[in-house]
Design a protein around this ligand. Structure first.
Ligand SMILES: NC(=O)c1ccc[n+]([C@@H]2O[C@H](COP(=O)([O-])OP(=O)(O)OC[C@H]3O[C@@H](n4cnc5c(N)ncnc54)[C@H](O)[C@@H]3O)[C@@H](O)[C@H]2O)c1
Ligand SMILES: O=C(O)C(=O)C[C@@H](O)[C@H](O)[C@H](O)COP(=O)(O)O
Ligand SMILES: [Zn+2]
Length: 365
C-alpha cells in the first residue's frame, strides 16, 4: 500500500489532513498532549467499522462511545442535547476531546457538539464517506438542521486533525461514492479543472473505491477546500472579485432547498449536482458562460450517475432558497461561473431568470 499523503491546513489553528490506508494509530498524534478522555461520536450503523478506531482510543484514553442515528437524523438539536447530557454525566472538561467517525452528517453533528461543549473542545474527524473526506471533515463548518432548513444552526470550529482512511470506503455503497463525486466535480468547476478531465477520462474508475483515480480526486478536492478555507475561514469574503469561502457553496442554494423539500431523502451530493446544473443554466441565460461550459455540467455529473434534473414545486423551493446563508435581506446571492474556475457572486438575480433556468432542468423549457 502506498505511503499516506499529508495535506497541511495553515492559519491560526493549523492541522493536518492525512490520506492513506489503516490510519487509526495516528489518532493520538492528532489529538495531541494533555487529553485524558475522548468521546467517540460514531454513526451507530458503523459499529463494526469503528472497531479499530475504538481500540486505538481505548489503549490510550478513557473512552465514552456514543452511537448516533443514521445520516441526516443525527443533525438535530435533540441528538446534540443527548450528547451534551452524556458529556456532562461523564464530567468532560476542556482538556478532553471528541473524535467523530462517520459520514458528513456525523462529522457535522459531532463537530457542533465539540464546538459548543464548554464553548469548544478539541475534535478530530475520521470521515467514512467520500463526501465527508473531501468536504465535511475539513474546514471547520459544523451544524445541525432546523424545521426552516438545512444547517441553520452551527459554528465554525476547526478540527485538530482529519484522518481519511481510504480502506474505510471498501463497503461504501456506490450511490454514496457518487454523492461524494458531486462535491468533487463541484471543486473541478470552481477551482481545479484537472478534476474534470480525470472524471471525463475514466468515469468508472472515479466510482471505484480502491482506484488510483478516486484517490487522486479525493486529494485534489481536499486541496481545493484547504486553499479556500485558509484564505477565508469564516466566510467573510474574498478578494479581487473572488467569492471567498462562499465559492464552496456553488450549487448549494437550490441543493439545500431540494434536500429540505424531499425531507432529506435525496443525498446532499446528489442535490449539489442538480444545484450546479441549475446555476450553470442561470449563468448561460445571463450570457456569462458559453453553451459548452454549461452543458459540461450535466454531462459530467450524469457520467457518474448523478441526477441532473428535478421537478419539485418551484415556488416552495424559492421560498426555502431565501433563507440561504448567502442571502442578504431579501436579496438572493448565487455563486456563478464567469468562466471555468472563475467563480463570482451574482447578487439579486431576477426571479424570472431563476424560474426559467429551473424549468429548463425540470424538463419544462
Ligand atoms: N461541514 C461541511 O463543510 C460540509 C460539507 C459538505 C457536506 N456537509 C454535510 O454532510 C452531510 C452529508 O454527508 P454524507 O454524504 O457523508 O452523508 P451521511 O453522513 O448521511 O452518510 C451517508 C450514508 O452512508 C453511510 N456510511 C457512512 N460511511 C460508510 C461506510 N464507510 N460504509 C458504509 N456505509 C457508510 C451512513 O451510515 C449513511 O447512511 C450533509 O448533512 C451535508 O450538509 C457538510
Ligand atoms: O465548507 C463550506 O464552506 C461549504 O460551503 C461546503 C459545502 O459543500 C457544505 O455543504 C456546507 O455544509 C454548506 O454550508 P452552508 O453554510 O451553506 O450550510
Ligand atoms: Zn456541500
Amino acid at each position: 500500500m502506498s505511503e499516506p499523503t499529508t495535506l497541511h491546513v495553515g492559519g491560526a489553528s493549523p492541522y493536518d489532513v492525512v490520506i492513506g490506508h489503516g490510519l487509526a494509530d495516528r489518532l493520538p498524534g492528532l489529538l495531541g498532549e494533555g487529553v485524558e478522555r475522548v468521546a467517540l461520536l460514531f454513526a451507530g450503523d458503523l459499529n463494526e467499522l469503528a472497531r479499530p478506531v475504538l481500540d486505538a482510543l481505548v489503549a490510550e484514553y478513557d473512552v465514552l462511545a456514543l452511537g448516533l442515528p443514521d445520516g441526516e437524523n443525527a443533525k438535530t438539536s435533540s441528538v446534540a442535547n443527548d450528547c451534551w447530557e452524556a458529556l456532562g454525566e461523564a464530567g468532560f472538561t476542556r482538556s478532553d476531546a471528541v473524535v467523530t467517525f462517520g459520514g458528513g452528517a456525523t462529522t457535522d453533528l459531532g463537530g457542533f457538539v465539540a464546538a459548543s461543549w464548554l464553548r469548544g473542545v478539541k475534535v478530530v474527524h475520521v470521515p467514512t464517506t467520500v463526501l465527508a473526506m473531501v468536504d465535511a471533515a475539513v474546514g471547520g463548518k459544523t451544524g445541525i438542521n432546523t424545521g426552516a432548513g438545512k444547517n441553520l444552526v452551527g459554528a465554525f470550529h476547526e478540527p485538530s486533525g482529519v484522518l481519511c482512511d481510504l480502506a474505510l470506503l471498501d463497503g461504501l455503497p456506490v450511490e454514496e461514492v457518487r454523492a461524494g463525486l458531486g462535491e468533487i466535480i463541484k471543486c473541478g468547476f470552481i477551482a481545479d479543472p484537472a478534476i474534470l478531465t480525470l472524471v471525463e477520462n475514466d468515469p468508472a474508475a472515479a466510482q471505484e473505491t480502491g482506484s488510483a483515480v478516486l484517490r487522486e480526486l479525493v486529494t485534489r478536492a481536499i486541496q481545493v477546500k484547504i486553499d479556500v478555507v485558509v484564505d477565508d475561514l469564516k466566510e467573510t469574503g474574498g478578494r479581487d472579485g473572488h467569492p471567498g469561502r462562499e465559492v464552496l457553496n456553488y450549487g448549494h442554494t437550490l441543493a439545500h432547498a431540494i434536500e429540505r423539500a424531499t425531507d432529506y431523502r435525496i443525498r446532499h451530493g446528489e442535490a449539489v449536482a442538480i444545484g450546479c446544473v441549475f446555476v450553470a443554466e442561470v449563468a448561460r441565460r445571463s450570457g456569462l458562460i458559453a453553451d459548452e461550459l454549461a452543458d459540461r455540467h450535466a454531462r459530467l455529473f450524469g457520467a457518474v450517475g448523478l441526477p441532473v434534473g428535478f421537478d419539485g414545486d418551484w415556488d416552495e423551493l424559492l421560498e426555502t432558497m431565501k433563507v440561504d446563508k448567502k442571502s442578504r435581506g431579501s436579496q438572493l446571492r448565487l455563486v456563478v461561473l464567469h468562466d471555468l474556475a472563475d467563480p463570482r457572486i451574482l447578487a439579486g438575480p431576477a426571479e424570472d431568470l431563476l424560474r426559467a433556468s429551473y424549468a429548463a432542468l425540470s424538463g419544462g423549457a
